[in-house]
Design a protein around this ligand. Structure first.
Ligand SMILES: [Zn+2]
Length: 255
């Protein structure tokens, strides 16, 4: 039987799990848009885009939980155009919006990085980079990858997407570092930590040269594709704790 809980109970349980106060972030974590007081059904997704909000309305959700919320440092602060449309849908339908950015990347069990590592069959052995967000480890089965293309085939099977790979042929891959989303700027820290390959969502121009010059393989596997797993894992856990229902809604994104 579906329970109903208060909005405060939902936000409290999410904050307890993800500990947003521990992070310096680019936008507010936690409740971003206040909706109704009573929560029965919650929807998770990657980004608070209009398509997700519309799908959550169809699903009769009381709250949406995302990795990429509506508000980021550097916005001009006006409510016009696409921002007005998204906010109007949320407010008209009294839907709460909760967003957790870096806290959701970092959670050791339900976070984007932990969940991606699990899907790729990697065992975490340490962390690296700013705020210790990046993870590194080796194959959980103790084997190594023959080369970066071998690792890339595991990625494309797990994520149903072909990664962009810059690598040195014939280099065996034992230690792998990864950080989901747009973490290409973590590549130098990954190189410094002594790994053979780095996995993230996106690549920018400088990383291709660094990969060639250092011999550390760079795999860009999709910002969205690498960040699809944290939100449903975390929210499913919270929903089970509270006795409310949860569904993940995938809005495809080629980026
Ligand atoms: Zn992201």
């Amino acid at each position: 039987m579906t329970q109903a809980v208060s909005r405060q109970a939902l936000v409290g349980a999410c904050n307890d799990l993800l500990q947003p106060a521990r992070f310096k972030d680019y936008g507010p974590n936690g409740l971003q848009v206040e909706g109704g007081d009573t929560i029965r059904h919650v929807v998770s997704g990657v980004t608070a885009c209009r398509a997700l909000i519309e799908a959550a309305i169809d699903a009769r959700a009381d709250a949406i939980f995302v990795h990429h919320g509506l508000f980021w440092r550097g916005q001009d602060g006006t409510v016009t155009g696409w921002m007005k449309q998204r906010l109007q849908l949320l407010l008209t339908h009294n839907i709460n919006l909760l967003a957790y950015h870096l806290p959701l990347d970092a959670h050791p069990e339900f976070g984007n990085n932990a969940q991606l590592g699990k899907r790729l069959g990697l065992e975490v052995q340490g962390s690296f980079g700013e705020q210790d967000l990046g993870m590194w480890g080796t194959r959980a089965d103790g084997e190594s990858f023959a080369n970066a293309l071998d690792l890339a085939s595991v990625v494309s099977l797990a994520l149903a997407r072909e990664p962009v790979v810059v690598h040195t042929p014939d280099r065996e891959i034992r230690k792998v570092a990864w950080c989901t989303g747009g973490a290409q700027s973590y590549f130098e820290a990954a190189i410094a930590s002594g790994v053979d390959a780095f996995i993230t969502g996106e690549i920018s121009e400088p990383q291709a040269h660094l990969a060639r010059e250092t011999g550390v393989a760079f795999l860009a596997c999709g910002h969205h594709a690498t960040e699809r797993y944290g939100a449903p894992a975390a929210l499913a856990h919270v929903a089970a704790q509270l006795g409310i229902t949860h569904q993940f809604i995938e809005i495809d994104n080629p980026a």
